[in-house]
Each structure stands twice: as C-alpha cells, then as structure tokens.
Design a protein around this ligand. Sequence first.
Ligand SMILES: [Fe+2]
Ligand SMILES: [Fe+2]
Length: 348
Amino acid sequence: MHRIPTSDFSPGKVLARSVYTPSGELLLPEGTRLTERLRPVLTEWGVTEICVEDERSGHTKAAAVPKGTAGPEPVRLAYSRAVSLVAKGMGELRQGRPVSWRRLGEESGELAMTVAFEPGILEYLHRLHCGEDYTFEHSVKVGVLAALLAKWLGLAFTDQVEVAVAAVLHDAGKALVPPEILSKPGRLTPEEFEAAKAHSTAGYDLLAAEYGPDALPPRVALEHHERMDGRGYPRGLQGREALLASRIVAVADVYDAMTSDRVYQRGQPEYAVLAHLRESGFSQLDPRVTRAFVERLVYRTLGRLVRLSNGQLGRVVLVNAQEPGRPIVAVGNSLIDLRQHRDLSLVG
Ligand SMILES: [Fe+2]
Ligand SMILES: [Fe+2]
C-alpha cells in the first residue's frame, strides 16, 4: 500500500483505504477500483491524497479493463465458455436429448466463480456479452452475482461454490418453455404468463431427477420466484421458508433482469434498480441479502452524470446505501442532497 496525490492516480488502481468526505461520510470504500469517472468526485470533495494497493498485491495484478470492450480476455473467455455450456445443455434438452445437469452445473459454476472473483468485475459484468440468447447469458450473470453475494454474506467457500452452481442452473426449466414466449416483446397473455411461470417447477423436476429432491440446485430452481410476503410462486412460501440460496438467487435474478438490455426494452438505470431492491428488501426480498447487495453496488453510481426531474444535469458525488435513488448531486457550483429535496428525483 502507498499514499499518492489524488491527481496522480491512474485508472485501474485499487483503493487500499476507504476515502471519506471532510464531514466524515464514506465517499469510496476500500477495494474500489478507480476509474476516470471518479476523478471529478474526488476533486469535488477536495481529497488531495489517497492510499492505493501496491502493484505486487493481488488486486492490481489483473489486466486493466480495455476501453470499449468488457473485461480482460481471460474473464471474457471464462464467461463465454460458461454461457455456451448453458446454451448447449438447454438446446439439447429442447431437442429432446438427455443432459447431464450435474456436469453442466459443475463446469459452468466453476467458471462463474472464476469470473466472480476477478478484481473489479462489478465495473463491467453488465457489459460482458457473447452474443447468446438472453436466458443463457442471464443464467451465468446470476451465477456470478450469487457467488459474490454468498461471499459478502460470509458463507464458507464450499457453500459459495454450491450457490454458484445452483444459480447458474436456476432457470434450467426455461428450456421447456416455448422460446417465443420467453422472447415475446410486451405483455404476456395470462396463459403465456402461466406457461412462463411453469419454468420453476419444470426446472425442479429436471434437476431433482439427477441431484435428488432436496439438493440445492432443484430447490433453488423451484424457489427463486418465491417472495417473503407470500406473493411469489409456485407455492407462495413466506418469510424464510425458501432456502437462503434461493433468497440470494432471487436478488441476483431481479437485479440482472432489471439492468439488462433486452430486445424489446433497455435496462433500467443502476440507481433505480438498487432503489427498487432496497424497497423490496422491506417486503419481498430478504432484507439482509438486499442490504449486502445494495451496499456493495451503490458505489457504481458514483461519478455518473444524471438528470434531475427539474431538467438539470448533474454528477453523483455522494451515494447513500439507505436510499440509492437519492444521492448528493453536483449541479454547477451547488450540491443538491436529494434526501433533503424530496420534491426532486433522478429521471435518467
Ligand atoms: Fe426464473
Ligand atoms: Fe432468472
């Protein structure tokens, strides 16, 4: 670790110590990978010095993320290999051929773990693409996010791996849902909606046949659309009746579905999705899981250009994990704290 003037940092460096505002609020947590977007934020708060990891340390060994592409090549390869395994398995099932879910889960889960523990992955996970159908790429991204969540929640490494495997397989049952329903732009008819929802029980049946009825992968396939208020499906479980792994996958699943660009709709802004998750943590999703998730991801919104509901453009200069949709925004020479200005909101 060494101390450098803020003006000297190069993108890709990792903070060895958290950075605070002059009034003592957390600005950037330790472990944040610095990007050009964060430079004006540090300047704005008059931060003159920062502590960064040494080149020798694990954090800085990884290649910097090349501009315009998503992630270092080994990460892109691991990601696309995992996606193609899922695509192949689900494709074979659609053609009525047998699939070894255990092998598929082990291989793609291990690859998802490799991607998950790459330093700085959260900076570009949403930009990793390999041209496959949304369902296959989504499966692997949920695997990556669920592995990270399991780690943040303090689960043992072997449990993290099990969660990653179950997460990659969570939508296996979609192989039995007609593709035209899965990719239909716009609203589904009630019948189509029921057919889409059947993927959770279909996934359970497929995975239970190989893993046994109580194993993690079939349980997660069955339970990842359950909600704590009992309004989920298929069984309307309440509270913590669903396994922790299922509650972890539920958060990762909602986040990826809401942030991803689809054929028929653009992904929603990060702050809006995190605000939604935080809200859902009071009713539908596990509050401990959503809190861990939002606290780790909210810093991704720092430094972003945003538009306020009064039309002004500004830059996010301080985030707030309690209300991810209400950061402090620098507009011209003034700072607007959206927690104080409840009449204003972010609109894009
Ligand atoms: Fe699902
Ligand atoms: Fe999903």
